[in-house]
Design a binder for this molecule. Structure first.
Ligand code: PRP
Ligand code: URA
Ligand code: MG
Length: 213
């Protein structure tokens, strides 16, 4: 991938999703509504990111006849980057109740902007994995999380990154590290500020979700 290639990025432009994202960006939106909107947007993003899930068939009986009915061919797991990823996992769990769940605890050091890992628990036989975190800023956290998943035996082709807002800088860093991992997002924003926060962005997603501002 060249330095400014955004080919692995899928921006979901559904009007409902864009309207809800604007509500989330508004500084006046309180944590309870922020959480509800993140859950609703994640459902809409989830619909797009699962579009290419493989299907097989199972023989079932309707009340009238037997049929070969389409069913998902492989397990699916949602892996959240803590803390803010939890808000997205809530919506995706509603969409895919059979999904397994994993967690990678990361926080970004305010000085170095590098991710620090403090927790890891992944499901066995995860199948297709949706890695979720609303913010892709420098890209360090998401790139690190994919490294962790690969080290734990998950195949690159089974991975999708699902985010809410991306900075161009973060997309470049992530795509350079993991060019074959598609990114699904609701917005590609303008840039990072000097503290590596996304502009216009929505602030600190974890703090707004959990009311820890
Ligand atoms: O792309 P990056 O520059 O790595 O930044 C993005 C990370 O920052 C936020 O987490 P944060 O470190 O604030 O932790 P939190 O979710 O516990 O608030 C966000 O949820 C991402 O994980
Ligand atoms: O804008 C940003 C950047 C990193 N983490 C966030 O939560 N927001
Ligand atoms: Mg945070």
């Amino acid at each position: 991938m060249s330095e400014h290639d955004f080919s692995s990025l899928h921006v979901v432009t559904h009007p409902l999703l864009q309207h809800k994202l604007s509500l989330m960006r508004d500084r006046k939106t309180p944590p309870i509504l922020f959480r509800q909107l993140l859950r609703e947007i994640s459902l809409l993003l989830g619909y797009e990111v699962t579009r290419d899930l493989p299907l097989t068939t199972e023989r079932i009986e309707t009340p009238l006849v037997e049929m070969e009915a389409p069913v998902l061919a492989c397990p699916l797991s949602i892996v959240s980057i803590l803390r803010a990823g939890l808000g997205m996992a809530e919506g995706l769990q509603q969409l895919i109740p059979s999904a397994r769940e994993g967690h990678i605890g990361l926080y970004r050091d305010p000085e170095t902007k590098k991710p620090h890992e403090y927790f890891l628990k992944l499901p066995e036989n995860p199948g297709r994995v949706l890695l979720v975190d609303p913010m892709l800023a420098t890209g360090g956290s998401a790139a690190h999380a994919v490294d962790v998943l690969l080290r734990n035996g998950i195949a690159r082709e089974d991975l999708r990154l699902v985010t809410l807002v991306c900075a161009p800088e973060g997309v470049q860093v992530f795509a350079k590290a993991h060019p074959d991992v598609p990114i699904y997002t609701a917005a590609l924003d303008e840039k990072l500020n000097e503290k590596a926060y996304i502009l216009p962005g929505l602030g600190d997603a974890g703090d707004r979700l959990f009311g820890t501002l």
